[in-house]
Ligand binder design. Structure first.
Ligand SMILES: Nc1nc2c(c(=O)[nH]1)N[C@H]1C(S)=C(S)[C@@H](COP(=O)(O)O)O[C@H]1N2
Ligand SMILES: [Mo]
Length: 406
């Protein structure tokens, strides 16, 4: 066989492997022709996501789950939503990765390699709930701009890493420290290298919590690239925007961090309730901290058909930001009456909690099952929409599924 022919055969078989089928008339392919199947990146393959995940945007990539995909106690990568504000970093070299601690309130600026972080500090594993502040945005009226998340921008994975607290204390924290802010290596959509797609943070009190991690493993494996490989901040219970992916610098600030998406109206809600559609001045907007109480019915999938006379076992998860969920109830009569579900304790603080109930229906017909969680302070989810806000954050309305008994 001539070299040229051999090269062509080799490329044909690798193309076929990528496509997952024989290219039957492959010998007729022009040399530089790129098969259509490979021209559009397939996000499900590229990110190893379940086929029923929903792509909201491809530049930047924003992909959400559906309620029934979140049935696992610990969310697998395949069903974790992706929220990006910029372009995912290319060519990440974990061996060369460093994390710098700097800022006005660091005693001594310090830089660590990944290996140093792993060997110098004790490692911890926690299940941590991360929910995008904009989860549920699609229901607000008047509508809010931004990704139209329905219910699927939440996950609870198992994260392994070192405590942010241990690393910050190793560098040294001045007594005037107020906030931390993260910096990462993703690229601004404009490709302008002086701009950051996002650089958020949290008060020292949250940064110093035991469960706030600098994580390098997710579900016992390297963190998938889309979720922050090789190093990510994880601050469970707060808007997931605080959990910086691809983090290479953390600044200890002597004031509230003023990075991209910390100021103006980003990740803020009116300090006091407003009427739907109201204009709110920037100075009347407050930074979102702990996320509100919420729950999701993950089994059955909405639209289930049940046999008359049979009980239905429902299940799902509930979470409440910094708090624990104290009670979970369900209703099959549009919220007129409620019955108690059995609710598990969290695996650790800031992990979501699992609930189950056996539901009986009085006769054939259409029903909705609504779930309502109440946190340890007695705050319950609203049955319909909570307070409207200009950017469509914090929709923690009761989740509901449709069921037909026939
Ligand atoms: N560097 C970086 N970190 C980031 C983001 C980002 O765009 N860049 N998005 C944030 C937002 S808004 C959310 S909701 C979460 C999403 O995390 P996930 O994609 O792992 O689900 O990451 C946060 N961390
Ligand atoms: Mo987010």
């Amino acid at each position: 066989m001539k070299r040229r022919e051999f090269a062509k055969k080799a490329t044909l078989s690798s193309l076929a492997a990528l496509i997952g089928a024989e290219i039957v008339y492959g010998s007729s392919l022009l040399e530089d022709y790129n098969p259509l199947a490979l021209q559009d990146p397939d996000p499900f393959k590229m990110f190893n996501k379940h086929k029923e995940m929903v792509v909201l945007n491809d530049k930047p990539w924003n992909i959400e789950a559906q309620a029934h995909l979140l049935d696992d106690n610990i969310t697998p990568n395949s069903c974790m939503f992706i929220r990006n504000n910029g372009l995912i970093p290319q060519e990440i070299d974990a061996k060369k990765w460093t994390l710098t601690i700097d800022g006005e309130s660091v005693l001594k600026e310090k830089t660590y390699t990944l290996d140093e972080l792993k060997s110098k500090f004790k490692q911890y594993t926690y299940q941590l709930t991360l929910e995008c502040g904009g989860n549920g945005r699609s229901e607000f009226n008047p509508p809010a701009k931004g990704n139209q998340w329905t219910v699927g921008a939440v996950h609870c994975a198992s994260w392994t890493g070192v405590r942010l607290k241990d690393v910050l204390e190793d560098a040294g924290i001045k007594s005037n420290a107020v906030y931390i802010g993260y910096h990462a290596t993703d690229t601004h959509l404009s490709m302008d290298p002086t701009k950051e797609p996002i650089s958020r943070g949290c008060p020292m009190s949250k940064a110093l919590q035991d469960e706030t991690l600098l994580a390098f493993k997710m579900n016992d494996e390297d963190i998938p690239v889309a979720h922050g490989y090789p190093l990510r901040l994880v601050a469970g219970g707060w808007p997931a925007s605080v959990s910086g992916k691809w983090v290479n610098r953390i600044s200890i600030r002597d004031k509230v961090h003023d990075g991209t998406k910390m100021t103006g109206t980003a990740y803020r809600v009116p300090c006091n309730p407003v009427a739907p559609g109201d204009k709110v001045k920037d100075e009347d907007m407050c930074i979102i901290e702990s996320m509100p109480v919420k729950s999701l019915i993950t089994y059955p999938k909405s639209g289930a058909i049940i046999k008359e006379g049979k009980s239905l076992n429902i299940r799902g998860h509930a979470w409440a930001g910094e708090l624990e969920v104290g009670k979970l109830e369900y209703s099959i009569d549009f919220g007129s009456t409620w019955k108690t579900c059995s609710l598990e304790k969290p695996a650790n603080r800031l992990a979501w909690q699992h609930f189950t109930a056996s539901v009986d229906f009085p006769k054939k017909g259409y029903y909705e099952i609504w779930a309502r969680a109440t946190d340890s302070l007695g705050n319950s989810q609203p049955m319909l929409l909570p307070g409207w806000n200009p950017k469509g954050y914090l929709n923690n309305a009761c989740h509901r599924i449709a069921v037909k008994v026939s």
